[in-house]
Design a protein around this ligand. Structure first.
Ligand code: HSE
Length: 427
């Protein structure tokens, strides 16, 4: 039986989970794969904090380079997160011909091409299943099971923290900050949590999915990214009343030879499977031209689910083969549809003066901008009070919505900033 020595960089939540998983199941893994995984060294700036796993103190170091450059270490597992110093460490390992397993979606999204080129250059594989969807083996599904398909669309609930917050806000009527604090306690959220709640973490994962689906890294600047910060209860309540649930959705679609991408809180019809994905769970709905619709579901955040994906990659790296980095470099770049040219349906909530001709004024602006109303709801208020009006539209171009909303906000009968959210019908 061959022993595979693993060097872990980053002994935080996931790093400790990987060590725990390997200590627990190494015998089982060895019987299944023929390789016995052994923790060779662990590097972290903080080697004093108790991580809740039993490791020999002699394995711990504060110097990551002594792990990367150790000829006894077969595989590097990068769990530091972020760009600096993770990028340098991963590049160094790859250039030295050492396979790297990473969960670092930010690094892949921001510096993917450079890393994949280094991997192809040296022949050392770069494995990154844990970067998207935590414990869900969705990248393997895209790469292996769906290899015979053109990918028509991918819809993902990719951030456990946001999904947990939205679920509890809806279910328990709690406010945003209270639930965010709980998500942090449970170890779901990034540090700081801005990456989660502003949609950046979801966007990083969407870039990885799109890169695999279409064979080239997609720049982050190429698409709309909005998170759930500031989302009001009123939207959650109106969505429920109208037969929808709000989810932070990554949408990746191939339309007329271009890739359409966006990350934003979106109305999802309650009858769609993704509307039932709750708490910290993630799900990815993929449509291929041969297979049709497929759904992948599981725990998208947390210590052991992410560790499960990392261990899967370690064992793939141990078996060799050099990974699939060339797959990510099939195309020089992708034709990405400009955000303003994407056609979507929207939910609008306006606070209007309750007086004659007000709806006509709003309808006029929408009509002028080629936006057609699908439904409109106004509930009676006491005389003299502002009245909330909720409009669901048919599909229209993003740029038309932007210009209509700016115009509506300037109307003297409109109070405050109108709210606009996307509606996803999965067509
Ligand atoms: N902060 C991330 C989430 C963890 O909440 O989904 C996994 O990437």
């Amino acid at each position: 039986m061959k022993t595979v020595k693993i060097g872990v960089l980053g002994f935080g939540t996931v790093g400790a989970g990987v060590v725990e998983g390997i200590l627990k199941n190494s015998g089982l893994i060895a019987r299944r794969t023929g390789f016995l995984p052994v923790i060779g060294k662990i590097a972290d700036l903080d080697i004093k904090t108790d991580r809740g796993v039993n490791v020999d103190a002699a394995l711990l170091t504060t110097n990551a380079l002594t792990v990367i450059d150790d000829p006894e270490i077969d595989i590097i597992v990068e769990l530091i997160g972020g760009i600096k110093p993770a990028r340098e460490f991963v590049l160094r390992a790859l250039k030295n011909g050492k396979p790297v397993v990473t969960a670092n979606k930010a690094l892949l999204a921001e510096a993917g091409r450079e890393l994949f080129e280094a991997s192809v250059g040296s022949g050392a594989g770069l494995y990154f299943e844990a970067s998207v969807g935590g414990g869900i083996p969705v990248l393997r599904a895209l790469r292996d099971g769906l290899v015979g398909n053109q990918i028509k669309s991918i819809y993902g609930i990719l951030n456990g923290t946001c999904n947990y917050i939205l679920t509890r806000m809806e279910r328990e009527g709690l406010d945003f900050d209270t639930v965010l604090a709980d998500a942090q306690k449970l170890g779901y959220a990034e540090t700081p949590p801005d990456l989660d709640i502003d949609g950046i973490d979801t966007a990083h994962k969407a870039v990885v999915l799109a890169s695999l689906a279409y064979g080239a890294p997609v720049p982050m600047e190429a698409f709309t990214i909005e998170g759930i910060r500031g989302l009001s209860h009123r939207e959650i309540e109106y969505a429920a009343e109208l037969g929808y649930r709000i989810k932070l959705l990554a949408v990746i679609r191939q339309v007329n030879g271009e890739v359409e991408m966006r990350v934003e809180p979106s109305f999802v019809p309650k009858k769609h499977l993704l509307a039932s994905v709750n708490d910290a769970f993630n799900a990815v709905f993929i449509e291929g031209d041969v297979v049709g619709s497929t759904l992948y579901y599981g725990r998208g955040a947390g210590r052991l689910p992410t560790a499960s994906a990392v261990i899967g990659d370690i064992m793939e790296a141990a078996a060799g083969g050099g990974g699939r980095s060339a797959w990510l470099l099939q195309n020089k770049s992708l034709p990405v549809c400009k955000a303003e040219d994407i056609s979507i349906r929207c939910y609008l909530r306006l606070s209007l003066k309750d007086q004659p001709d007000v709806i006509a004024k709003v309808a006029h602006v929408l009509g002028k901008n080629q936006i057609s109303i699908a439904s409109i709801m106004q509930k009676e208020q006491n005389a003299g009070e502002q009245v909330p009006v909720v409009i669901l539209t048919h599909k229209a171009l993003e740029k038309n919505f932007a210009s209509a909303m700016a115009e509506i906000e300037r109307l003297d009968v409109v109070d405050g900033k109108p709210v606009r959210l996307a509606i996803e019908d999965f067509e």
